[in-house]
Design a protein around this ligand. Structure first.
Ligand code: SAH
Ligand code: SF4
Ligand code: F3S
Length: 457
């Protein structure tokens, strides 16, 4: 009998959006059968995977500086007679391909987001010989068909990819190039994965997609609303969120579902990007400010307690002071629970990179600071408005202080409360007593009714 191969250590660092977080988990799942277990320290990893993001220049540059550090670790390992394999995955892998190995020759393989199911084979191959080492082409085969369905859930909440890619081609954005065209997973596969997550104790899923509300079941043709309705029937799955949506795909059925489905949390991330129609047009967003506001009105009519979050870009080419003021005016009108805001980053190959009127760095920085001051104020005010209310909190883990648990409100706020650890994985009412910019704290109002976890509907 040949002795069992020694266990190998895998270190994965994840950059960018939730889709990458999900993909990193799946990469760990697919490498486990090769004997790879996770480690938190890259120094002693046999395989280091950087799951990268290309969205802004800073994100891409971070990857190269990290690779410089990891190269030194690899050299130290080699000097000690060992070996380390370095793999670059994610959107930089897709966008830059072989260029990555030219810039950092310590990299052994580059694997694009649609080729993760090929990882075991690629890793095995690099272990054997350092020959062919690139797999950044879009695979013809659906990556999810080839990935194992068994998934190890590690908590009470989980991400679940339902859609990938983007056909919108906003002129600033690399995603249509790094993630390819819009496609959706069959509802049957998603439901199977969700059932397995619920069986493992997951109570809340966040459905992921670059344009998640463009979801369309390739088999039965249902949209995101139909998918959510089916998911909400899974015993134990009490909360459903989805991100990121495009205003153009927010159809009436989905809006109505917000009013009908208890499982839909009253929090929606719906990026608008700018408050100026001139800029929205140059961005190729396909909607005006008025259309966005009408949409918000409709959504609020269906679900009056819904909180809205958004993304904003300042300093898009040609953005004048008056355009920026229009963005500030929209933000004031929206009154967000939270929102992300970014300085426009010029991405090679995107149409906006070639536009005249690129905005000076100092102007972008000043506009961003002004915008963020308003958004911070709104977030503080939104959190403060919860004080005195009783919110259902899904407890996720132990807090930092003795006896404390941390959970989430329906609005995605972190909530701290003194509670028994047996409440992890349960939804319990908490009366909110204090609020800060980033979290809430309160007291448990009563013990939750202990519904059997797998009660049939
Ligand atoms: N629909 C996508 C959006 C991905 S990018 C999703 O699934 O999340 C996330 C946000 O990054 C965008 O909404 C936009 O506000 C910002 N962004 C994208 N490209 C950018 C660029 N070139 N410069 C600055 N911000 C950008
Ligand atoms: Fe990028 Fe626009 Fe597609 Fe979102 S909708 S991923 S911002 S191109
Ligand atoms: Fe970044 Fe790719 Fe996500 S570019 S934001 S990791 S889709």
């Amino acid at each position: 009998m040949t002795p069992a191969a020694p266990p190998k250590r895998l270190f994965i660092k994840t950059y960018g959006c939730q889709m990458n977080v999900y993909d990193s988990e799946r990469m760990a799942d697919v490498l486990a059968p090769l004997g790879y277990g996770m480690t938190d320290t890259p120094e002693d990893a046999d395989l280091v995977v950087l799951n990268t993001c290309h969205i802004r220049e800073k994100a891409t540059e971070k990857v190269y500086s990290e690779l410089g550090q990891i190269r030194l670790m690899k050299l130290a390992r080699q000097e000690a007679g060992g070996a380390m394999t370095i793999a670059v995955a994610g959107c930089v892998a897709q966008a830059e391909g072989e260029e990555i190995m030219r810039r950092q020759p310590a990299v052994d393989l580059v694997v694009g987001p649609q080729a993760y199911h090929q990882l075991p084979e690629l890793i095995a191959r690099t272990h054997r010989a350092r020959g062919e080492r690139l797999a950044a082409d879009f695979a013809a085969e659906d990556k999810f068909d080839a990935l194992p369905t068994a998934r190890n859930a590690s908590g009470v909440t989980a991400f679940l990819t339902v859609q990938e890619g983007c056909d919108k081609f906003c002129t600033f954005c690399v995603v249509p190039y790094t993630r390819g065209a819009e496609w959706s997973r069959p509802a049957a596969a998603i439901l199977a994965e969700a059932r397995s997550l619920a069986d493992q104790g997951v109570r809340e899923v966040t459905l992921l997609g670059q344009n998640v509300n463009a979801y369309r079941d390739p088999d039965a043709g249902g949209g995101l609303a139909a998918l959510a309705r089916a998911l909400a029937k899974i015993p134990g799955l009490d909360r459903i969120r989805y991100t990121t949506s495009h205003p153009r795909d927010m159809d009436d059925e989905l809006i109505a579902a917000h009013g009908e489905l208890d499982a839909f949390m009253p929090f929606l991330h719906l990026p608008v990007q700018s408050g100026s129609d001139r800029i929205l047009k140059a961005m190729n967003r396909g909607h005006t400010v008025e259309a966005y506001l009408k949409l918000i009105e409709k959504i609020r009519a269906a679900r009056p307690d819904i909180a809205i979050s958004s993304d904003y870009i300042v300093g898009f080419p040609g953005e004048r002071d008056s355009d920026f003021e229009a963005t500030l005016a929209l933000v004031r009108q929206m009154s967000h629970a939270s929102a992300f805001s970014f300085k426009y980053s010029r991405r090679p190959g995107t149409p906006a990179a070639a536009l005249p009127g690129q905005v000076a760095e100092e102007v972008k920085a000043e506009r961003l600071a002004r915008l963020q001051a308003v958004l911070d104020e709104q977030q503080v005010a939104f959190n403060a408005a919860q004080v005195g209310k009783t919110l259902p909190v899904l407890f996720e883990r132990l807090g930092r202080h003795p006896g404390q648990l941390v959970g989430r409100s329906p609005y995605l706020q972190g909530v701290h409360a003194q509670a028994d650890p047996s409440l992890i994985g349960q939804i319990a009412p908490v009366r909110i007593e204090a609020a800060s910019k980033n979290s809430l704290s309160g007291v448990l109002v009563e013990s939750p009714v202990q519904a059997p976890a797998l009660e049939p509907l």
